[in-house]
Design a protein around this ligand. Structure first.
Ligand SMILES: [Zn+2]
Ligand SMILES: [Zn+2]
Length: 378
């Protein structure tokens, strides 16, 4: 090999070495760039995570704030209710009833109120049928206290005797109070519909005439809205219905139990049994309901004398076996327990038998959701 060739080879080798070094250097550079990019990415990610965390914390703290606000509102509502309750109880000391014909000394002056009337729709909801202004005068003292409402005598300008019923534990929201009273109206509408059917069914039996002619009557109250300077909203709402003459009696408790010392008239017991029997088969009231809390007055001056069975009832409470235990029947819905409590102490009479109400044995169970009622078990 000539010297020239050797030099040429050496030069080529050097060139290759140089190229290799460059390649390695480039590779190193790329690697470094990748590292750098990765580090930047990690940093960016950390930043975003931090932002997310801060956002989440902000949302959580706002939720907490809202929850605290809601709890505060609820607390205020409870305080307002308790205060109203205490005030109502204070008045209880001065319970009194007017003699109606006497002087106007113990009556508040006439005031303009708005009277709203309701009916039951085909889907068992209450619907406003009309509203009008009335001049109404309230007696200064309440005349009776129940567990949920208290009653005060009232008189329309034309002299009609009325009674108004106000919520004992009134909330501060007029809308809420209105809704509570609408539930009362709904219960009365349902009780009236069942009582009308019961009366009709009685006439078709072969029971003695005095029983066939017996009547259970409920009348549907109006909701009255009246000015009242004692409450924040400036207005109050109450139920208004005609004053019932005759002696006031209560025959059955709202939890389905009977009074130990007082016999429930067979007609009323049959009515309660009938209410459950009938509604268990109605599609809208699937699972059934029972009219409880029977109270009102037994008319004595309608010509029947001692044999009178003309019951004017009011303030029913409804317990339901429906799958939704508080399906708009208010605070006195005792559910399946109320129904069973009545059934436990009820003994069917000739009236139940004449109406074809089968004897009930065993406890009723809460029906499964949307399960059809079992017509054979009742
Ligand atoms: Zn009578
Ligand atoms: Zn019965």
């Amino acid at each position: 090999m000539s010297t020239r060739t050797k030099i040429e080879q050496l030069r080529q080798i050097q060139e290759l070495e140089q190229q290799l070094k460059l390649k390695v250097a480039l590779k190193m550079q790329r690697k470094q760039k990748k590292h750098l990019a990765a580090r930047q990415l990690t940093e960016q990610l950390a930043k975003e995570l931090q932002i997310q965390k801060e956002l989440r914390e902000a949302v959580e703290s706002e939720q907490t704030l809202r929850k605290e606000q809601a709890a505060m509102d609820e607390f205020k509502e409870i305080v307002a209710r308790e205060q109203a309750h205490a005030k109502a109880l204070e008045k209880q000391v001065y319970v009194g009833c007017p003699d109606w014909t006497g002087s106007t000394k113990n009556w508040h002056p006439l005031q303009e109120v708005t009277k709203r009337d309701y009916k039951l729709t085909d889907t068992d909801e209450v619907e406003l049928t009309g509203s009008r202004k009335e001049q109404l005068r309230l007696f200064k003292k309440p005349c009776a206290f129940g567990g949920m409402r208290y009653a005060t005598s009232a008189m329309l300008q034309n002299g009609d005797r009325m009674v108004v019923k106000r919520i004992l534990k009134e909330g501060s929201s007029l809308q809420r109070n209105q809704r509570v009273l609408e539930v009362d109206v709904r219960c009365l509408c349902i009780a009236k519909r069942i009582a009308d059917a019961f009366n009709k069914a009685l006439t078709q039996t072969s029971l003695p005439k005095s029983i066939r002619e017996a009547r259970i009557t409920y009348s549907i109250p109006s909701i009255v809205s009246a000015p009242d300077s004692e409450v924040d909203s400036g207005r109050v709402v109450y139920l208004m219905e005609p004053h019932l003459p005759g002696e006031w009696k209560k025959w059955l408790q709202n939890d389905g139990s009977m009074f130990a010392d007082r016999k429930v008239p067979a007609l009323l017991e049959a009515f309660v049994h009938y209410s459950y029997h009938k509604t268990r088969k109605e599609a809208l009231l699937q699972g059934g309901l029972m009219i409880l809390d029977l109270q009102g007055s037994l008319m004595q001056n309608c010509g029947h004398g001692q044999a009178c069975s003309n019951f004017q009832l009011t303030d029913p409470s409804i317990s339901t076996g429906m799958d939704d235990p508080d399906a708009d029947f208010g605070e006195t819905n005792h559910g399946i327990d109320g129904i069973n409590r009545f059934l436990d102490s009820h003994e069917c009479s000739e009236i139940c038998r004449a109406l074809g109400l089968a004897r009930i044995s065993g406890k009723m169970q809460m029906p499964a959701k949307l399960a059809p009622p079992d017509p054979g078990s009742l």
